[in-house]
Design a protein around this ligand. Sequence first.
Ligand code: UD1
Ligand code: CA
Length: 457
Amino acid sequence: MQDDWTAIILAAGLGKRMRSKKAKALHTIAGRPMLLHVLAAVREAFASHDTNASHVAVVGHGAEQVEAALDGSVRCVRQAEQLGTGNAVAQAESVAKASLHVLVLNADLPLISPDTIAGLITRHLEENADLTFLTAVVADARGQGRIRRDAAGRVTGIVEEAEADSAALAGSEVNVGIYCFRGEWLWPRLSRIERSAAGEYYVTDLVGIAVNDGTTLVAVPVDDAVEALGINDRTQLAQAEAVMRERICRRHMLAGVTIVDPATTYIDADVTIGMDTTLHPSTSLLGRTSIGEDCEIGPDCRIADSTLGDRCRVVSSAVEDSTLEDGVSVGPYSHLRGGAHICSGAHIGNYAEVKNSRIGRNTKMGHFSYVGDAQVGDDVNIGAGTITCNFDGARKHRTVIGDGAFIGSDTMLIAPVEVGAGARTGAGSVINHDVPPNALAVGVPARIRRKKEGRNE
Ligand code: UD1
Ligand code: CA
């Protein structure tokens, strides 16, 4: 059965004013391509209406990348040539035709809220309208279609800036770029749109057509004009980023996260943070990051695509693609990356780098060390200056360190190599052969000196 509604997101434009090789819809705000912000708002709006809707994106410029960003979440139709927003809507006719109503949205409106879209849908249904669209009164109307009204205040049309005379240009009420149509009204009228002097078919001409038809046309003003910010260039991109960042910080604070300085805290849209966690100044939480409860993060941290448990403490450090279990402390000045997995209670101190390694429970690695491609057991002490020499110039090799081992300061572990459980290495030793459990290895290259009593292999 066809859903009552189809939402069509127009995302085929290049966005010339962005001066970019990338399609405009893919430019990110709070780490998420702008069209995904629009899509999320649309989905939430329909959810609040308890209405099932189909979603379709019209793609053109950078179609493959845009489709990849959508990742199969919505159907895509291609607009071969960017002949304007009216032509873009027409590309979706065959997929949307059976729906009673059609919601059309520009993809460059990342600040639009679910409530505003839901409100527009409500008005459209209440008024039983053929066309319902959103307007905004803005301080800077540059680049936007102006709403034309008659002396009685009735809408008579939308004038695009390219066609506007000075009277129209002086207007401050603009078209936001979100429209509800009754499907039966919309589809036959698309072909009545005439090509503009600029060579485009404007979806906004449908407003004038509706007025001439004497049909039910409703203009709904948006409550907060900031939601109407269309992103056409990179100054607007930065404006939207600032607004979005403030919204995200506010959402987390209201959910129980302390943010000491929201002005220097950057949290991407999809990040989750547990209650009673504190974020100190100059902290970025990016991508698919999730932080548990009662953590202290920052100052001066960058955490990307990582998962932190509860009660973690990270100071002045960079954490990427990594997992920290509960009660881990990191920093200042350390770098975890490439699939580092730090088990509960472990401590990674200053100037340490951990890459593609598992560090066991309660293991301490306090001072300037590199551990890469390693498996380190529980309760290990890694002395200052320890290095896993994992790269032989051609290939990477693994280091394994057993539970309870004590790695002396400045130990070089020439991988592949294994240090057994309970073994010790002397300060400055170069370990190029396996060390048995409970043995002591010292020297350059290291020799096995003795085994601890009572624990022979
Ligand atoms: C459009 C509106 C304008 C409104 C403004 C709000 C038209 C003719 N004008 O102007 O009234 O005030 O948005 O921000 O609609 N697109 C396509 N295919 C095309 C052309 C555009 O898919 O052939 C997509 C773009 O990717 C974009 C959206 O439609 O997401 C709007 O296009 P854009 O060029 O930004 O329109 P504006 O000039 O801003
Ligand atoms: Ca625009």
